[in-house]
Ligand binder design. Sequence first.
Ligand code: ZN
Length: 389
Amino acid sequence: MFDGFAPAELDATHPTPNFDRLKREGAWSRHLVPAFPALSLINHTTFATGCWPEHHGVVSNTFLDPKHGWFSHATDQDDAIWRTGCETMWEAAERQGIHAAVFNFVDRWRGKKQLASIVNPEVLWKDHEDDETILQRAFKALKDNSPNHPRLITLYFEYPDSVAHGNGVTGPKTQDAVRRADAIVGRLMAALKALPPSREGTLLVGTDHGMKDTTGFINVTRLMNMYDIKATAAVDGASAFLYLDKGESADRVQKALSAYPNAFTVYRTGHYPPFAHLGNSIRVGDLMLVGKPPYRMVDSSALPWYVGWTGGNWLWSPIVNTGPGVVPSTHGYDPAVVDMHGIFYLWGAGVRPGEIKRLDQVDVHPTVMKLLGLQPGRSMDGHAIAAVQ
Ligand SMILES: [Zn+2]
C-alpha cells in the first residue's frame, strides 16, 4: 500500500513504466473508494480487515475512547489494541495455517503479541523502518522456498501522501515521489517473476485514499470560541468530531454551526449520511463536521503558532481563504468527492486483466483471501472483486 495515491498524481507523472505495465497486463481501477473520513489509519484498518469502521472501531486518525483515552495516529503506535472487532487478512491467513509477513503496516502487533509469523518491530509512525529495509525484508520472505514460507506479504509506504500535502497533487516533488513508487513496483514485479516455476505470485497495489488540492481552511478552534461551544474536538483532514461537555446542548451547537453550508456540514451522531459507516460509538463524538472542498479542517494545533498569536483563533473569520495555514492539498472528504478515490492494481496469477469501474476499500481483504484460496476474516463487510478468477 502506498499512502495518499490519487490517480491524478499518476496522470501528472512521466515516465511510470511499471504502473503502465500493471495497467497493460493486469486489472486496474481509478476508483478504489475509501471509507469515510478519507484518512490514513481508518483506511489502513479497513483495507486490512474488509470491515467498515463501525465494525473495526478505528473511526479516524484521532479520536477519544472512553476506556483507552485519546488515540492519535501521529503520536501513538498503530496497535491492534485500538481495533474493536474484525480480523486483518494476516490474522485470517494465520488462523487457517498460512504464514504471513507484515512490514510497516498497522495492526501487526497487539501489545506485545505479533499478529503474523513475520513482522518488523512496532515503533511510532515517524520512526518506521525505511523503504529499502522493508523491501529487503520482503524479498527475503519471497525467496523463502521452505514448506512454511509466507504466502502473504504486506508492505506500507508513506508517500506520495507525505510529499503531496506540502507540494500539491501534481507538484514536481509529488511527481518524484510517484516515480519512487513506480521503481518499487518494478522491483516487486521482478521479484515475483523470479519465483521458481513451482510457485506463482500476484501483486496488489492499493492506497488508503486520494488527494485534493485545497485553497483554504475552516478553523474549528475559532468556531468553538465564537459560539462558546463547550466541547473537545478531534480534527483531521477535512472532518472533525465534537465531544460535548456535560450540559452542552447538541441542538444549540448544531444550529450555530449550520451557518456555513458552503464550507461544511454538521451531522448528529446516528444521523449520518449513507457514506459514513461510522456507527454510534462514543468514539465518534456527539457531532461531526464534514468540510467541503476547497477547505480543509483544522484546530489551533495544526496552524502555525503565529496564527494564534495574531488573533486567528479569536478575531479572524473561521473560514480562511488565504495566508498562513493554507496548505496545497489534503484528504478526508466524503467519498462523493471523486479525488478521494485511489489507485488500485492487481497483476499476476489468478487475475483477469481489464478495468474495474470501482471497488470499495472493504473489498480488498476478501479479494486477497480469495487469491490465497482462503476464507475471509470473520464478520467482514466486503466482496471479492470479479477480476479474481
Ligand atoms: Zn495525508
